[in-house]
Design a protein around this ligand. Structure first.
Ligand SMILES: [Zn+2]
Length: 180
């Protein structure tokens, strides 16, 4: 009892829970707690978030009650809207397949970033190559994305680096459209 009481402190009429790494958390009565849970989940600013997020929000706001974890989990499980509109994964459970590169400079990823506001020499694109294994980055600012420019970049930065280590390197290119 004494040990448990040491975790709490009374300031004025309010009970607070002490912590080593966090500020004092104000303790709630069951009524207050259920209101907070409801408001957090489906209130004006409620986003029907999951239990873990809700608990984090309660603690971040500086509140505490002993069953906060269980109450949030219960509430989320019983929320009708979450059951109706929640994302249901129809994907079969399967083990993850790692896409690992066995050695340095064996596999590269490439992407074009931009257009940015024109910089020095009117360069507004950035051509980036990154090695899967070491995460070594080669990058070059370009004025325009042309086949010639990309070819030069590959020869200068990637083929030479790879040739030094191995004869051929597969290159993965992010083909999603550039620009915003
Ligand atoms: Zn919900």
């Amino acid at each position: 009892m004494k040990l448990q009481a040491a975790r709490f402190v009374l300031i004025g009429d309010d009970l607070y829970r002490r912590g080593y790494t966090r500020p004092l958390l104000k303790c709630f009565t069951p009524d207050q707690a259920s209101y907070v849970v409801r408001e957090l989940h489906e209130g004006i600013c409620g986003t029907h978030s999951g239990a873990r997020t809700m608990v984090a929000k309660v603690v971040r706001a500086g509140y505490y009650w002993p069953t906060v974890q269980g109450d949030c989990t219960d509430f989320v499980q019983k929320c009708l809207k979450c059951q109706e509109f929640g994302t249901l994964s129809h994907q079969k459970p399967e083990e993850l397949h790692f896409m690992l590169s066995p050695w340095a400079f064996v596999q590269w990823g490439m992407d074009i970033i931009g257009p940015f506001a024109p910089g020095k020499g009117q360069c507004k694109f950035l051509l980036v190559g990154i090695d899967y294994f070491t995460k070594w980055i080669e990058a070059e600012p370009l004025t325009a994305i042309t086949a010639r420019n990309v070819q030069n970049f590959m020869w200068k930065n990637i083929v030479s680096a790879s040739a030094f280590h191995r004869s051929s390197s597969p290159i993965t290119v992010d083909s999603s459209p550039t620009g915003r």
